[in-house]
Write a protein that binds this ligand. Structure first.
Ligand SMILES: Cc1cc2nc3c(=O)[nH]c(=O)nc-3n(C[C@H](O)[C@H](O)[C@H](O)COP(=O)(O)OP(=O)(O)OC[C@H]3O[C@@H](n4cnc5c(N)ncnc54)[C@H](O)[C@@H]3O)c2cc1C
Length: 383
């Protein structure tokens, strides 16, 4: 892989960064304090292509290459974790599933408005109160055919964007006998009777990215809302997650970069013992380690994106990139707070918020333990 970005990718980064500096970053603190999603910025993202990053242009998307999509999420993450997570989940999970498995008619109906910004956002509901890492064994939400309608009964948990979404792509059990071919994906419009979206969960961070429990009480949708193949829902979900992990990895790189930049700036302006603390080796080493680790994580995430773009297998590299980037973000945020001393612990400075936002990254879209399981499975099978 050529690690130089193309001129087009560089210009894309510049324009996304300029947008984020203007529309996203200045609202990050407000979003965190109030829990309000930044709709004002999101409404302006449609024309820029940020709501349909990988969606084909013929369906209203931007159709940018996978590295450019990662760059966009990274830049959003550098500006505001909450906004970045909601936009990453919209692109990578909700729209991702529709783009991968939708029929032309389904893409026309749902993907086009979502990807172009004419609609609201999209959600993907996999997790349940009793099923996260172990979706295969744990998913209990079920759907049965009644005439030409699916009838859905069950409960999902931790659904990002549910209250902001037009549709929730829902993983359901369609074969009560169980097994890995017993699940399917169904598109559920959020105005369907019987669907209840609970108030947002109270979370440690990412306050401006609402996460909801969702219940399905005899929810009826037309048979043609089946997304992809009946019985292939779990495999489809795992495929969507492979791509989503590049997004979370990129987001983590953006958060780490923001924390690093804040630590570097503070180190130059804070004086102790008669000089800027940036002159102390202990501080320099924290900054040097962060810069090095962020660079490594960024390259790994981009490499996974590059493989994806080329149509090559990328699940292993996506898992490695997500694992490294999210754990690098933890360290970079921790040390940025350390560099700020007492002020780092105060909400007056952004590093406290960035640290809380970053904490989710080693959990969502597959925990670090699950990434290690995926990596181990690959390396043991191929050695
Ligand atoms: C803010 C937020 C947003 C989210 N957004 C979404 C969303 O939009 N859609 C969605 O479907 N889900 C979403 N999730 C859910 C998220 O994907 C799950 O929380 C995650 O996959 C972990 O599942 P769990 O919480 O059930 O943990 P569990 O699976 O119960 O895991 C608990 C612990 O056990 C470990 N563990 C489990 N199995 C093993 C094993 N075999 N070996 C070693 N360790 C293991 C885990 O790594 C973890 O440390 C979101 C979660 C949060 C917090």
């Amino acid at each position: 892989m050529d690690f130089n970005l193309t001129d087009e990718q560089r210009m894309w980064r510049e324009s996304v960064r300029e947008f984020c500096e203007r529309e996203v970053k200045p609202r990050a603190r407000h979003v965190d304090e109030t829990g309000e999603f930044n709709w004002e910025a999101a409404h302006k993202m449609g024309p820029l292509g940020l709501l349909g990053l990988s969606a084909p242009e013929e369906y209203g998307g931007a159709g940018v290459d996978a590295i450019s999509a990662a760059i966009a999420i990274e830049e959003l993450g550098r500006a505001c974790g909450s906004t970045a997570l909601s936009i990453a989940a919209h692109n990578g999970l909700g729209c991702g599933a529709l783009a991968l498995f939708g029929t032309p008619a389904q893409k026309d109906k749902w993907l086009r408005p979502l990807a172009s910004g004419a609609g609201r956002l999209a959600s993907l509901a996999l997790t349940e109160p009793g099923a996260g890492s172990d979706l295969a064994g744990g998913v209990k939400t079920r759907a049965r055919l009644d005439g030409r309608e699916w009838v859905i009964q069950g409960a999902k948990m931790w659904v990002t964007n549910a209250s902001l979404a037009d549709v929730i792509v829902t993983l359901v059990r369609t074969d009560p006998a169980g097994g890995t071919r017993s699940m399917s994906m169904i598109v559920v419009p959020t105005d369907t009777p019987g669907l209840t979206i609970a108030p947002p969960e109270k979370k440690m961070g990412l306050h401006g990215s609402p996460t909801h429990a969702v219940t399905y009480e005899e929810v009826r949708v037309p048979q043609e809302n089946l997304l992809g193949e009946a019985g292939r829902g779990l495999a489809q979900a795992l495929q969507v997650l492979d791509g989503g992990r590049i997004g979370i990895g990129a987001l983590a790189v953006g958060l780490a970069q923001a924390a690093f930049e804040a630590g570097r700036a503070y180190a130059k302006e804070r004086y102790a013992f008669g000089r800027p603390i940036a002159e102390f080796q202990a501080i320099q080493w924290m900054l040097a380690d962060a810069a090095t680790e962020i660079e490594a994580a960024r390259l790994m995430v981009y490499r996974a994106a590059w493989l994806k773009q080329g149509g090559q297998p990328f699940a292993l590299q996506a898992a490695m990139g997500k694992l490294l980037a999210t754990e690098v973000a933890e360290r970079a945020c921790r040390n940025a707070i350390q560099i700020h001393g007492g002020y780092g612990y105060s909400s007056e400075y952004p590093v406290e918020r960035i640290y809380r936002d970053a904490r989710l990254m080693t959990i969502g879209e597959g925990t670090s333990e699950v990434q290690r399981m995926v990596i181990a499975r690959h390396i043991l099978a191929n050695g």
